[in-house]
Design a binder for this molecule. Structure first.
Ligand SMILES: Cc1cn([C@H]2C[C@H](O)[C@@H](COP(=O)(O)OP(=O)(O)O[C@H]3O[C@@H](C)C(=O)[C@@H](O)[C@H]3O)O2)c(=O)[nH]c1=O
Length: 175
């Protein structure tokens, strides 16, 4: 795997390194040794998947409070998404900054999101599957969110929003 730093501190965009042959290829998507060598989380007790039927679907921007904050490794295995993360670590030099990444089944990029980020995405195609490795068990009582259109951040989503959960419409303005 190739690990690329991003403009947000501690975030890595991970490119697969396929070993190709006549059949196709084989590639690692996660490796304890490689992740540890880059100082990344290696314990992911929860693996999850979401499926979104319609282009324009918006999920996010989600995070969990301590002691349940989560590191996530995100990969789009069907379709295309615009993935967006916001650094909400008050002591970070990139606090309140956000960045977007196109993840798709075609580019097979993975995004490593450390603890202390809000995460969301919009689907850019129909029938989208997103896979997660997550470092911390789900704790709904500690789940929080930032509204996708919170004026504090001004994220420009590329598509009209076709689907969004009631929960995600109700997140309060970020302080
Ligand atoms: C996130 C999550 C949800 N659920 C349940 C709660 C609810 O009944 C149903 C759907 O949950 P949500 O509406 O929160 O699903 P969704 O909006 O897809 O939530 C996801 O959004 C993206 C952006 C992330 O970063 C993920 O970590 C996760 O928060 O699944 C779990 O059982 N475990 C989980 O880890």
């Amino acid at each position: 795997m190739e690990f690329h730093l991003t403009k947000l501190r501690d975030v890595h965009l991970i490119q697969l390194e396929p070993a190709r042959d006549d059949r196709g290829f084989f590639a690692r998507t996660f490796c304890v040794e490689e992740f540890a060598a880059h100082g990344l989380e290696t314990n992911f007790p929860q693996h999850s998947i979401s499926f979104s039927a319609r282009k324009g679907t918006l999920r996010g921007m989600h995070y969990q409070l301590e002691p349940h904050s989560e590191a996530k490794l995100v990969r789009c295995t069907q379709g295309v998404i615009l993935d967006v993360i916001i650094d909400i670590r008050p002591d970070s030099p990139t606090y309140r900054c956000w960045q977007e990444f196109e993840l798709s089944s075609a580019n097979r990029r993975q995004l490593y999101i450390p603890k202390g980020f809000a995460h969301g995405f919009q689907t850019l195609s129909d029938d989208v599957e997103v896979n997660y490795l997550i470092s911390t068990p789900y704790a709904p009582q500690l789940a929080r969110g930032i509204r996708y259109d919170d004026p504090a951040f001004g994220i420009s989503w590329p598509q009209p929003v076709t689907q969004v959960s009631e929960k995600d419409l109700r997140w309060p303005d970020f302080p």
